[in-house]
Design a protein around this ligand. Sequence first.
Ligand code: PEP
Length: 255
Amino acid sequence: MNKKIIIGNWKMNPNSVLEAEKLFKSIKKLTVKGVDAVICAPSPFLSNLKKIGVTTNLALGAQNVHFEKEGAYTGEVSATMLNSFKINYSIVGHSERRAMGESNDDIAKKVLALTKNKIIPIICIGEKDRDHSGFYLHTIKAQIVSALSLIPKTIFKSVIIAYEPVWAIGANAERPATPAECHEMVIFIRKCISDISNTQTAHAVRVIYGGSANVEDAGLFLNDGMADGFLLGRASLNAKSFGEIIKIASINISK
Ligand code: PEP
C-alpha cells in the first residue's frame, strides 16, 4: 500500500499573507505521522510559510512552474527558483491552467524541469466530460503518456498523478465522481503507466483523487475508490476540514 498524501491547492487564496500564515499554522497542528500533507500555496506566500516551518509530515508546494530555466518570461517562476528555497512539490497541468492554454507538451516540459530540480510533480489529468463511447479514456491516456514522455522510466514512481475530472471540480461542479468511478480510473491510470513502464512501477505511483472531495466522502474514496489520497481545493482552505481528511487517511492506513 502506498503512503497516503493529502494535498491542498489554495489557488488564488487567501487574500493576505497574514491569513495564509494563520491557516498554515492551524493546518500544521493537525498533521499526523504516517500521512504526507502538502500545501500548494500562491508563490508570494511560500517564503513566509517556509519560515513557519515544514516538517516530515507537512511540505510546501507551488501551483505551477515554467519549464525554462531563466529568461524573459514575465510573471513566471522557474523550477530552479523553487528549488533554491527547497520547495518539494509542484502542481502541473491543473485544469484551470489547461483552460488558459497549457498543452500536454508544456506539461511534459514542466515535469522534466521539476524532476531535474528534485521537485515532485503533482500531475493533474482529467476529462472535461464523459461520453458513452468512452473516448474520454483516450484523453486520459494521452495526458499520462505525454506528461511522462521526457523523464526516465526509473523516476516514474516518484511522481504523483491527480485524477481530477473537470466536471467534478469546484463550486460549479456537475457532481463529485463516485468512489466506483474513481476506482475504475485508478485501475485505468495504473494500466496506462504499466504499458509504458512495468507493473511494479505502476503500483508504486501515487494516484490521488480531486474534485469536490470532502470530509463526508473522503473515507469512501480511500477505501472503495482506492485513491492514495486527495488534491483538495475548497476543503484545503478550512483547517478543520483539511485536518479531518488527514485523520481519515491515517485511520485508513491502519486497516
Ligand atoms: C481542484 O481545483 O484541484 C479541486 C479539487 O477543487 P475542489 O476540491 O474545490 O473541487
